[in-house]
Design a protein around this ligand. Structure first.
Ligand code: AMP
Length: 444
């Protein structure tokens, strides 16, 4: 398996990929000049009909990597899907991702006659049933709702020629495996299958063995390469002081598009309420919100009308929002992979970003695990008003980073770098580069 290609110089162009003209035109209009590594490594194989096991996160360009070959296949082997049928099926864990992927199909397929439908829970059945009734070329779906509609006879899967399992590790985490198995059982075995996953735990490898046929294996963006570009700091703080700390940080205007992660939906709501009380425009994003409320929250955040989005892990999975200046872990996640995923919401498209993590007494173990997995120690930011020296003592660094040697203390343990509050929230000590004044104003 090829690895760590994300940061290598990109060879070739879209012209060398043998894409049909309508796709080249759409891609050019998106101002994509060079294929990303996952695109250049997979598109030729996918156009040749091979199966694929892709280890890649969002942000690598994986959606175009699968959408372009699918669109080309559908357009060049034109045939009807039949009533309630579909020719390509994309399964993805969340509604937001389903909508994002469907939008990509619309954009890349704008010069082709390709019909697609989006199917996800928490929204009316009627519209989705209507869209599916006449048959479509592509369905983008979350597994639960698709299985519901399949069970009720509103969708037929016996004409599916291409299947994509996107964010497979997250679908497994969310308990979708039985649904996925049922869906796959309804699809002809003669098909092209692509499985994407940010990580490749054993279960995913097993799944790929049962669903894929002699796949091409491609891996890009090992977690550490994303992590390298992000300025990460940890703030040791008593649990009850976390809100006050967040509020004091937000007095700094250069934190102008801020994604805050909480562990629970309830915590997200509470944080939003408190922020609104102090006059900060904030929105919550989590699974208990109606679809309309989630779309509205995302719109407000994307457009800058809300400065802060408070989200849970699952809801924020794969979110592609440009210009997030700061990710704040109000609570640390207990899985290092979630941490890597969360902080990767900043530093999109090659930009740099800042990740600030609040760590209370109970979270020191999570921090150590994160440092072990990412092989990097997180700089302590200690001169904020709520710093807890006692917690800092417990969270003392144990990681032994290979990539960046840390200054050593007497006693031989690698010391965390400790930084004061001056310029603390930002890499540049001020407004992050690449953001216009207007964008800042809009965000306020
Ligand atoms: P994805 O990993 O599919 O979520 O894509 C992440 C972002 O990269 C999206 O905003 C895409 O529009 C963008 N993107 C995808 N392919 C390219 C490319 N070849 N050049 C520039 N941007 C791209």
């Amino acid at each position: 398996m090829s690895t760590n290609l994300q940061n290598q110089p990109l060879a070739g162009s879209f012209d060398s990929l043998d894409l049909i003209d309508p796709l080249c035109r759409a891609v050019a209009e998106e101002k994509y000049t060079t294929p990303t590594p996952i695109q250049s490594q997979t598109i030729p194989h996918l156009l040749a009909g091979r199966d694929l096991l892709g280890c890649a996160q969002t942000g690598t360009g994986k959606t175009a990597a699968f959408a372009l070959p699918i669109l080309q296949h559908l357009a060049t082997n034109n045939k009807p899907a039949g009533r309630s049928g579909a020719r390509a099926l994309i399964l993805t864990p969340t509604r937001e991702l389903a909508l994002q992927i469907a939008e990509s199909f619309r954009v890349y397929g704008r010069y082709l006659k390709i019909k697609h439908a989006v199917v996800y829970g928490g929204a009316s059945y009627n519209n989705q049933m209507r869209e599916l009734a006449r048959g479509v070329d592509v369905i983008v779906a979350t597994p639960g709702r698709l299985l519901d509609l399949y069970g009720q006879g509103h969708v037929r899967l016996n004409n599916v020629e291409v299947l994509v399992l996107d964010e497979s590790d997250r679908m497994l985490d969310m308990g979708f495996l039985p649904d996925i198995r049922r869906i796959v059982a309804a699809i002809p075995t003669k098909r092209q299958t692509m499985l994407f996953s940010a990580t490749l735990p054993n279960e995913i490898v097993k799944l790929s063995e049962s669903f894929l046929n002699n796949p091409v294996k491609v891996s890009v963006t090992p977690p550490s390469s994303t992590v390298e570009r992000i300025d990460q700091r940890v703030l040791f703080v008593e649990r009850e002081n976390k809100s006050a700390l967040l509020h004091s940080m937000l007095e700094d205007e250069s934190l102008y598009r801020v994604l805050v992660f909480t562990r629970t939906k309830h915590g997200a709501n509470r944080t939003v309420q408190k922020l609104r009380k102090i006059g900060v425009e904030a929105e919550a994003l989590h699974g208990n919100k109606s679809q309309a409320a989630r779309v509205q929250a995302l719109d407000k955040f994307r457009s800058g009308r809300a400065r802060v989005l408070v989200a849970t892990d699952v809801a924020a999975r794969g979110l592609d929002i440009d210009g997030i200046t700061h990710v704040i872990n109000f609570e640390l996640p207990n899985e290092a992979e979630s941490y890597v995923h969360r902080i990767g919401r900043t530093a999109r498209a090659g930009a740099e970003g800042v990740a600030l993590s609040f760590c209370d007494e109970g979270e020191c173990g999570y921090l150590k695990n994160i440092e072990r997995v990412t092989n990097r120690s997180v700089t302590v930011l200690d001169s904020h008003p709520y710093h807890s020296a006692a917690i800092a003592g417990r969270g003392a660094n144990t990681a032994k980073p290979k990539t960046r040697p840390q200054p050593r203390r007497r006693g031989g343990k690698p010391a965390r770098r400790v930084e004061g509050v001056q310029g603390a929230w930002n890499r540049n000590g001020g407004v992050p580069s690449g953001v216009s004044h207007n964008q800042r104003r809009r965000a306020r």
